[in-house]
Ligand binder design. Sequence first.
Ligand code: PAF
Length: 284
Amino acid sequence: MIAVTTIEEVRQYVASWKKQGYTIGLVPTMGYLHEGHASLVDKAVEMCDKVVVSDFVNPTQFGPGEDLETYPRDFEMDCKLLEEHGADLVFHPEVDEMYLEDAATYVEILNDMPKQLCGKTRPIHFRGVCTVVSKLFNIVTPDKAFFGMKDAQQLSIICKMVRDMSYGIEIVGCPIIREDDGLAKSSRNTYLSPEERKAALVLSKAVKLGEGMARNGEKSCENILKAQVQLIEKEPLAKIDYVSAVDFNTLKQSQSVEEGTLFAMAVYIGKTRLIDNFLYKEGE
Ligand code: PAF
């Protein structure tokens, strides 16, 4: 696997691959990779000839007081995982390679989508995500880009950005990968103490409860959300940020369970904010 730190090097490798007729897959990450990321790389290897992974903790998507400085980093471990999963190139830039000192341009969706769900407490987050992903699209010019369904709002917003900006890149959403006991894999799980790690299971339990109700024919989002909230509130270490039902494509609130209804939650376990969700699909 090739490891590079400059935009110019990425462009050179990608240009030579395109000349040879290869298709390019991009997996954007912030590093500290786990099996969730590995599943994105696997999917990209399956669907594309060459796979580029970006490994960059993007400062513009962190708000004041968030965990930018403490966000876990281990580039050596990341390279090992990427090599094992068949990535061709990892792009690991410094902040000043991605953002010029006088950078003043952002990519931002101006409807309500970035203000819903996580956007209520993270008002600049999706502007940072759209800006960096858009830069990565311009640098790598991939045919396909791969994102995890765990960050469902991010996936929905990126699909919207790609449609609005005519990127001509296929966005592939990949399923949530969970630990054996159900906890959704996340780089932030490392923040949890052993006691909090146990308490964090309340998220996946609430997801499972809601999913079961929906599959058994419950059509009222309110009833499902109520049951999820009741279950989460039984856990003393959990504090709900939001538990919501929205349409996946528009992120507008849903009243009744339909194809594409997204049940999403963010819950603090101690100081760590975790997210989880399920997407309702008919016949699954
Ligand atoms: O999902 C993430 O890890 C990040 O938000 C992304 C898409 C890599 C942008 O920094």
